[in-house]
Design a protein around this ligand. Structure first.
Ligand code: ADP
Ligand code: MG
Length: 561
């Protein structure tokens, strides 16, 4: 098409870059491998941490695969797909991000060898698809039943997930906090299945003290203080009024001028203002509310009257917080003081102002709805608090995974080794080139125990051989305990367990990404610079620049007629 009767037809805009066939594939695989390589050393409890510095000099220290990839600014399109693997893994199950990326990298590395043996990419991806399906079956099959009532299983899953984090020293108490939080917000659906929405667990961070001072508050925290020092700092069994409007005299919409001619008139004005404010406060007092949470301001005079009535008031609270409070306390949000009805006020067993470091915070606890919980993270520095937050996020996700999916497997490389062994047997039932692809998939799974061993400074092959032997002898959860360095016949028995769904999702997301990258044989990158955003212009126009003919664009090569 490029050359008809001697005049070239321009298909792509000037400056468009195109890599095709083998080159494109090799490029993509190389980029993906670089990403996998970048996170490899951080896998497992003996993994190293990364210090990431952004363009503004802000520092993040982490061991979390998803965070590492989020922080580095990746340019290559195939590398970006690897970053997506981590993101998908994180949003679906919340853990196993490093594993999924390493697995995708290893799948591609091994697929490359098949490509060199002239096996077509679609044969490889089809083999991978079959292998992934089978591996998922195998994982389901080997799982142990767990769930919300399995206290030990929940605790062990949360502890295992945090053992690879910087804050792992405190993982015992953090695990307890996460489990209590998830148990508080979990709901049993009509079908008898548990659902836990981790967005219902609020996270608050405050520098100071240490990680071990991190606590779970059943209720809500407001980063505010009681508006006037004369008010009570604590209220028990309190009716709570949630107010969207201000407790102030409203300004009129239009300007009006008033001529005041005598001092008495000023007094009259002030008296009238006071009367109006007193009137407003009376309405609150009569409703029986002991606490007022107001989204807007509260006039000084009103504050004075509220203090005298022994009412605690908090002002300028965020709308979103008021909404959360409405859910937690069961109170209606009022916009007009005239509408207040005592039965629609919220209820909290305890409202208290507490000092944390130099700031005062309001704790609203023992609410009507016990499903509101906050984890208040403490820690010496911001870096530690942020890493603790990531660890807590992972632990919350893992606990949710176990509560919802009710299945766990032993960790420390055990499920990967077992799945690999069974996959190799399955491969033999296939035959042909597909068999090769499934075998390659099985070999790729070994990367998990191999990397765990490598990061602990041990000999990969040695560990792999010992593990395989243990599995052949019938120990499906034989793994490598990285705390002691021993090979253990049952990782679950020593409490190293993970949610099955984390392992399954890692296989799903890595296979998907690897297959997608393998199917690409043409990379067309639009010219950067002028023109409409989005790279290739719809018009495909552009003048013919010298030497910009597209060689090999399907034009008949000479001598082919
Ligand atoms: P990911 O981002 O993939 O979750 P991690 O750095 O959290 O990566 O490491 C998870 C891996 O570490 C899992 O394979 C898990 O089984 C393993 N692991 C965790 N604790 C232990 C332990 N005590 N002994 C052996 N392996 C462990
Ligand atoms: Mg993890």
């Amino acid at each position: 098409m490029a050359q008809l009767g001697g005049s070239p037809i321009i298909i792509m805009r000037e400056g468009t870059e195109r890599t095709r066939g083998k080159d494109a594939m090799e490029n993509n695989i190389a980029a993906a491998k670089v990403i996998a390589e970048a996170v490899r050393t951080s896998l497992g409890p003996r993994g190293m941490d990364k210090m990431l510095v952004d363009q503004f000099g802000d520092v993040v220290i982490t061991n979390d695969g998803a965070t590492i990839l989020k922080e580095i600014d990746v340019q290559h399109p195939a590398a970006k797909m690897m970053v997506e693997v981590a993101k998908t893994q994180d949003s679906e199950v919340g853990d196993g991000t490093t594993t999924s990326v390493i697995l995708a990298g290893e799948l591609l590395k091994r697929a490359e060898k098949l490509l060199k043996q002239k096996i077509h990419p679609t044969v490889i991806t089809e083999g991978f698809r079959k292998a992934a399906e089978k591996a998922i079956e195998i994982l389901e099959e080997m799982s142990i039943k767990s769930g919300i009532d399995d206290t030990v299983g929940l605790k062990n899953s949360a502890m295992t997930c945090m053992s690879s984090k910087i804050v792992s020293e405190s993982r015992d108490m953090l695990a307890d906090i996460c489990i209590s939080a998830i148990k508080a917000i979990a709901e049993k659906g009509e079908d008898g299945k548990w659902v836990a929405d981790i967005d219902k667990v609020q996270i608050q961070k405050k520098e100071g003290e240490s990680i071990d001072e991190t606590s779970l508050i059943k209720g809500i925290i407001l980063d505010k203080e009681v508006v006037s020092p004369g008010m009570p700092k604590i209220a028990q069994d309190a009716k709570v009024l949630l107010l969207q409007s201000a407790i102030e005299i409203e300004k009129t919409e239009f300007d009006a001028k008033l001529q005041i001619t005598s001092p008495e008139q000023i007094q009259q004005f002030l008296d009238e203002e006071e009367r109006m404010l007193r009137n407003m406060v009376d309405k609150i007092v009569n409703s029986g509310a002991k606490v007022v949470v107001c989204q807007k301001g509260i006039d000084d005079m009103a504050q004075h009257f509220l203090s005298k009535a022994g009412i605690m008031a908090i002002r300028r609270v965020k709308k979103s917080d008021i909404e959360k409070l409405s859910k937690a306390t069961g109170g209606m949000i009022y916009t007009n003081l005239n509408d207040i009805t005592p039965e629609k006020l919220g209820f909290a067993g305890l409202v208290e102002e507490r000092k944390i470091m130099n700031d005062s915070w309001i704790f609203i606890e023992k609410c009507k709805d016990p499903k509101s919980v906050v984890i208040l993270i403490r820690g010496g520095t911001e870096l530690i608090i942020d890493e603790a937050e990531r660890a807590i996020h992972d632990a919350l996700c893992v606990t949710r995974d176990v509560v919802e999916d009710e299945k766990i497997v032993g960790g420390g490389g055990a499920p990967e080794i077992e799945a690999a062994i069974q996959l190799r047997k399955y491969a033999q039932t296939l035959g042909g080139r597909e068999q090769l692809a499934v075998e390659v998939f099985a070999d790729a799974l070994d990367i998990v125990p191999k990397t765990l061993a490598e990061n602990a400074g041990l000999d990969q092959i040695d560990v792999l051989m010992k593990l395989r032997a243990a599995h052949q002898a019938g120990n499906k959860f034989a793994g490598h305990d990285l705390e002691t360095g021993d090979i253990i016949n049952d990782m679950a028995a020593i409490g190293v367990v993970e949610p099955t769904i984390v392992k399954i999702q890692a296989i799903k997301s890595s296979t998907e990404a690897a297959s997608m990258i393998l199917r690409i044989d043409d990379v067309i990158a639009g010219a950067k610079s002028a023109g409409p955003p989005g790279g290739m212009p719809p018009g495909m126009g552009g003048g013919m620049p010298p030497g910009m003919g597209m060689p090999g664009m399907g034009g008949m090569p000479p001598g082919m007629m």
